[in-house]
Design a protein around this ligand. Sequence first.
Ligand code: HEC
Ligand code: HEC
Length: 360
Amino acid sequence: MSKTEETKAILNLTNTALISIFFILVLGGVIIFALALNYENLTKISSHKAAEFPVEMESNKILEQRDYFSRDFDVSKLGNTIQDSMIKYGHELITNTSKLIGPSNGNSSKQFAGNNLECKNCHLEAGTKPFSAPYVGIYGRFPQYRGRENKVGSLEERVNGCMERSMNGKKLPENGKEMRAIVAYMNWLSKEIPTGEKIEGTGFKPIKIPQRKVSLENGKSLYAQKCSSCHNQDGTGTKNPDGNYAFPPIAGKDSYNQGAGMHRVLTSAQFIKYNMPLGATVQNPILTDEEAYDIAGFINTLERPGKKNTKKDFPDLKRKPISTPYGPWVDNFPPEQHKFGPYQEIIEWYKTEFNLEKNK
Ligand code: HEC
Ligand code: HEC
């Protein structure tokens, strides 16, 4: 190779190297740019998710909160200490209520529930499903102010609220083994959750309330299409050959009474929208808000046990949920409107009059 040829070759090599470096830089730039874009999208998605689950807390806390429901709630993994046995008995009472303390237990001294529902029929997955009035996190939220009694009530009193209404029965003795077991189970479900904290997934998720009265006709036909296969045409549920319910009654003498929260159109619509037909969740609801509202209204026209002393409910009438279907109310809206809406006027009235935000 001559000297010039050598220099040429060197120059060629340098050129190739320079061109390669140039391309590497451009490529790198493109990759960094793409990553940046993607990052922006990722943060957009996460802030969008946060907005779907509004909680008044910093975003990192919301993530922590969701994890509260992903814990292992399998009680069969517990040991045999006195405490663990109480927790397991509490779980048993929530899932087999009718057999243990209901009409079908054959022991009249242990009959407290008046119907054959199980607590877990409404508190799904034994109280561990978000937005199905779960028991996860409940222990540290009590004692709590309750509008129905206008006083600060204990968790035991709240359980007895469901005993007298949802279960159409009588109160469990507060120091009896059954109540202590139920509370032990709720305490176990709530461990690690700071006292007083209301976690995401608590209670029910509000629906957007339609700006109209319930359509009973629409509710009736939707019920026939989407609910009656399990809950029966007349709402009395479906039994297994052994006499236990395969699908619980939503009406009739074996169902919740007229004083129950589920007998309020708005509460019932919130439950139905995110839990029924069986399999619906907040991530994957099946019905629209309008459908849940109409079906809830229709269910409220079916017969069910009455509740004594409803006049004594809600000593502070402002606190009474607006869709409570029985009076007295502090407002002058007709009973029919409390029962079936439309609710916007009523909601506005409470907002102007008492600065109260009502959604059920
Ligand atoms: C027919 C449905 C139904 C059944 C059955 C039922 N509950 Fe409830 N329960 C509800 C509804 C609805 C609420 C919420 C009421 C409201 O929002 O005003 C509730 C609320 C509660 C709460 C308070 C939840 C919270 O987040 O503050 C507890 C505790 C409770 N129930 C315990 C029980 C126990 C224990 C049983 C069985 C002995 C039971 N429930 C059976 C419907 C039911
Ligand atoms: C595939 C069967 C199935 C269908 C369809 C279904 N449910 Fe249910 N439903 C259940 C079961 C099972 C439970 C009890 C859940 C549990 O114990 O885990 C339940 C519980 C309920 C409860 C609370 C318990 C009670 O008896 O009051 C209500 C209210 C309810 N369903 C309403 C509806 C409505 C309204 C529809 C139609 C939109 C519907 N369900 C469709 C199976 C079904």
